[in-house]
Design a protein around this ligand. Structure first.
Ligand SMILES: *Cc1c(COP(=O)(O)O)cnc(C)c1O
Length: 219
């Protein structure tokens, strides 16, 4: 097995083991391989090992790397997991199959317009500022019901809620809180969990985990 294949097997195994006690099917969890900062020489072995869903956090970087990779590897899906500026909405809609960082009215307006223009509806997760951190992106918890109502007035498919818990604290309470917010607001998808905590996120209901370091090594 290649390095990439064995890392992928290990992550998939961790997901399967986390699914067991909560009676979930491993197939209900989408593994997003976060390839930011990594080039084709690191990405292609993972595609060859069977990974199909990738995540990038910058529109510019994805635009430079992925058109050629997608051309060579049809069937690969690309997700935007990092912050989005309104002026990059058109480019994001053209490049990505799913966006995890819809978090404010200006971006909602820009994305709805860009999708209409492109004739392409890209599913979006609403990112929640789950730790109420002033420096972080994400919709404030208090604004979530109104923001979700605004999203539902557009044609944008609502994929679920996404969060990045505060660094250096136990993530589980934040994952549980995001799951509760999703339930309270009638949303099903949950994008949560990174290399350090994706098993916990799966046990708490994650539908999408965003894993970089555990698949690619340190950045
Ligand atoms: C980089 C990144 C990840 C992956 O982080 P790792 O710890 O390397 O797994 C997940 N989500 C977001 C939003 C990121 O920017």
């Amino acid at each position: 097995m290649t390095n990439a294949a064995s890392r992928l097997a290990e992550v998939r195994d961790t997901i399967a083991r986390a699914c067991k006690p909560v009676r979930r099917e491993a197939s209900s969890v989408t593994l997003i391989a976060v390839s930011k900062t990594h080039g084709p020489e690191a990405i292609v072995p993972l595609i060859d090992a069977g990974q199909r869903v990738f995540g990038e956090n910058r529109v510019q970087e994805a635009a430079a790397k992925w058109p050629a990779l997608r051309e060579a590897h049809p069937g690969v899906e690309l997700h935007l997991i990092g912050q989005l500026q309104s002026n990059k909405a058109e480019e994001a809609v053209a490049l990505f199959d799913c966006i995890h960082s819809l978090d404010r009215p200006s971006v909602l307006t820009a994305l709805a317009k860009a999708m209409d223009k492109a004739g392409r509806q890209v599913p979006c997760f609403v990112q929640v500022n789950i730790g109420d951190e002033p420096q972080k992106g994400g919709c404030p918890i208090a604004d979530l019901p109104a923001f979700l109502a605004a999203v539902r007035q557009t044609a944008i498919p609502l994929a679920g809620l996404m969060c990045i818990p505060p660094a250096d604290t136990e993530a589980a309470p934040y994952f549980a809180f995001l799951a509760k917010l999703a339930g309270d607001n009638g949303v099903t998808g949950l994008s949560m969990g990174m290399s350090g905590d994706y098993a916990t996120a799966v046990m708490l209901g994650a539908s999408h985990v965003r894993v970089g370091t555990a698949l690619f090594g340190a950045r």
